[in-house]
Design a protein around this ligand. Structure first.
Ligand SMILES: [Zn+2]
Length: 309
């Protein structure tokens, strides 16, 4: 009897195992004329979400498709392409990587014949560290990363003379900013008034700051606030139609900066900072415990060093 129980367990186990066919279930959500997004989960990389934690987008123009960010694995890129094909058969002309974080470019390899654009800084980081990112994500998401090959950007955005990507009726202004990383680009489609804010905006989900410069980031948010948009697509979290996502992001960065500054002045340890009560507004945001802790560990030494100067 015991043997049969084991057999039953094994068969159930393999059903569960093989039921996971590494399908991200990407559903394009229409947010403006010709404009679609795939909204990622408000989570950190894990074996369940396979790294589907950031937003990507595409615009269907009469002259072809523009793709903005390609997700965190080749599987994501391939499934994204499949999903785009349910909407249009037009060629994917341009792919844009908004910055060098791996959840935004590791799907590039699915877009074989497309021009892939990124800034000079982003392209270099992807070339230098892309394989390292693949290794890291393999440790976090395991088989979702299988067969993921690095495909670096093919062209530097800095070469664009007029700072616009034009395709069909869509005129995308490239806004060069920094703060989340040393090179972040936002894209503003003047035709639909859609602002693709990249990871400069995390909405209803606490920001990741491994390469952040908070001062520059706050300046970038002030620039984004001036854009006359109807819809804002953040790098993580839901879309917004007003400036609430920008304002939430700014309030969080100010809170993080002030907490670290005050803590350094009081000589608190990392452990003591993590015990401090959090304002209700942020205590309820997704990923608050994990991201706040990561930020404190990453950024606090800079604040302590600044005091010693
Ligand atoms: Zn990022």
């Amino acid at each position: 009897m015991k043997f049969f129980n084991q057999l039953l367990f094994l068969s159930l186990f393999s059903t569960v195992l093989f039921a996971n066919d590494y399908n991200y279930n990407l559903k394009p959500e229409k947010i403006a004329e010709n404009t679609y997004v795939f909204i990622g989960k408000k989570e950190f990389f894990n074996v369940k979400n396979g790294g589907d934690i950031s937003n990507s987008a595409f615009i269907v123009t009469q002259d072809g498709v523009i793709v903005i960010d390609t997700g965190s694995s080749s599987k994501y890129g391939e499934q994204m392409l499949k999903s785009i094909r349910t909407i249009t058969s037009k060629p994917i002309v341009t792919v844009i990587n908004t910055h060098h974080h791996p959840d935004h470019f590791l799907g590039n390899s699915a877009f074989k014949d497309s021009e892939i654009l990124a800034t000079k800084y982003t392209k270099k980081d992807i070339v230098d560290n892309g394989d390292l990112y693949i290794g890291n994500l393999f440790n976090l998401t395991y088989k979702w990363m299988q067969d993921t090959k690095l495909k670096a950007p093919t062209k530097e955005l800095d070469e664009l003379k007029d700072k616009y990507i034009n395709l069909g009726k869509h005129k995308l202004k490239v806004i060069y900013l920094e703060g989340h990383t040393s090179s972040d680009i936002a894209l503003y489609d003047e035709y639909t008034k859609t602002l693709f804010a990249s990871d400069l905006i995390f909405y209803n989900r606490v920001a990741a700051t491994p390469h952040a410069n908070i001062e520059n980031w706050i300046k970038a948010l002030e620039d984004l606030r001036k854009v006359d948009f109807k819809v804002l697509v953040p790098g993580h979290g839901p879309i917004s139609t007003g400036r609430e996502s920008i304002d939430q992001m700014k309030r969080y960065l100010i809170y993080l900066d002030k907490t670290l500054k005050d803590s350094a002045e009081q000589g608190l340890s990392v452990y003591e900072i993590l015990q401090l009560p959090k304002p209700v507004e942020f205590a309820n945001l997704a990923m608050i415990e994990d991201e706040f802790e990561r930020s404190v560990i990453n950024l606090y030494p800079k604040y302590e060093n600044a005091l010693m100067k």
